[in-house]
Design a protein. Structure first.
Length: 78
């Protein structure tokens, strides 16, 4: 799957970009879980610096067996 990411990024049809004012480190978890449940399930702490970020998402299927949801975070310099 990781070998598909570069091609998927190039081929992605991105949703409109949003602005996210990040307060600092965040926790990434499956949206099917509540915030309390995510600590009991798989989750990842992401050490972002506080500040504004551009966020966009895309769903791609680089081959018939692979589907990826891509999330791109880009810090905005102010």
């Amino acid at each position: 799957m990781l070998g598909s990411v570069d091609a998927a990024m190039r081929a992605a049809s991105w949703e409109p970009e949003l602005l996210w004012q990040v307060p600092g480190p965040v926790v990434l978890f499956d949206s099917a879980w509540t915030g309390e449940e995510c600590h009991q399930q798989d989750h990842v702490r992401v050490g972002l610096k506080a500040g504004p970020y551009a966020v966009r998402a895309a769903y791609v299927e680089p081959d018939p067996q692979t589907g990826l949801t891509l999330i791109e975070l880009r810090p905005l310099l102010g």
